[in-house]
Unconditional design. Structure first.
Length: 232
């Protein structure tokens, strides 16, 4: 299948919106990104930097949701999933008002990909669109070989995300549980936090198991129930 024939874009998650991006540490970055959506201010590119556990993908999808509610067209692309199709897969994305490229560090140092991203940047700029990318590190710390691309990214709006503190992770866990209709007390959340993996993605993955077992057993979340389900 040719890249031009592909249905590109990550299916937007309903739970990836600005209003449920929890955690105080990165809230200012989320609010700044939302304001850019409503008032682009002539910005051609926004660069969101942070490790894999800081909510970058959530923010990209939230931006797409927000843009669509404003009547704009938006697309969110996972660069990692696009790699097998080659850089031609980026052709035509500039037909959207907002283009989000997740995990762009995967193509840093690849001349063909870098050139394709650079040309996409220029087309988006010409059409007064908005390009938003996520990176694991600030642009200057990544091995971009195309100086013009590195310069454009370095001069975009940079939003740096920090690793969540434990209190933020617990707040996010409880908020996500509430979204699922699960009642999670502070004691239960604290118990889970002391035993679960520190990575936020793994922590939230536990909710799938707890939700399924709670539904089957018609049990509310208590410490003994969580211990039994998780084998703790």
């Amino acid at each position: 299948m040719k890249a031009s024939q592909m249905v590109l874009g990550v299916k937007l998650r309903d739970d990836a919106r600005f209003d449920n991006f929890h955690g105080d540490r990165n809230r200012p970055a989320a609010e700044r990104l939302k304001s850019v959506c409503h008032r682009p201010e002539g910005l051609p590119v926004v660069v969101i930097c942070g490790d894999s556990d800081t909510g970058k993908s959530h923010l990209l999808q939230a931006l797409c949701h927000e843009s669509e509610q404003m009547g704009k067209t938006a697309v969110c692309i996972s660069i990692e999933e696009l790699l097998p199709f080659g850089p031609d897969a980026l052709a035509g994305l500039d037909s959207h008002d907002v283009i989000c490229l997740d995990d762009l560090e995967h193509v840093a140092g690849d001349p063909a990909w870098e050139e394709a991203v650079f040309h996409l940047y220029n087309r988006v700029l010409d059409q007064k669109g908005l390009l938003v990318i996520s990176l694991s590190e600030v642009p200057a710390s990544l091995p971009f070989g195309l100086a013009d691309l590195g310069s454009r990214l370095a001069h975009g709006l940079l939003l740096q995300l920090g690793v969540y503190r434990d209190e933020d992770r617990q707040r996010i866990l409880m908020a996500r549980a509430e979204q699922r209709g699960l009642v999670m007390s502070d004691d239960v959340a604290g118990f889970i936090m002391r035993r679960a993996p520190r990575r936020l993605g793994d922590l939230l993955g536990l909710l799938d198991t707890l939700d399924e077992n709670s539904l089957q057993a018609q049990r509310r979340l208590t410490i003994p129930f969580v211990k039994a389900v998780m084998g703790w």
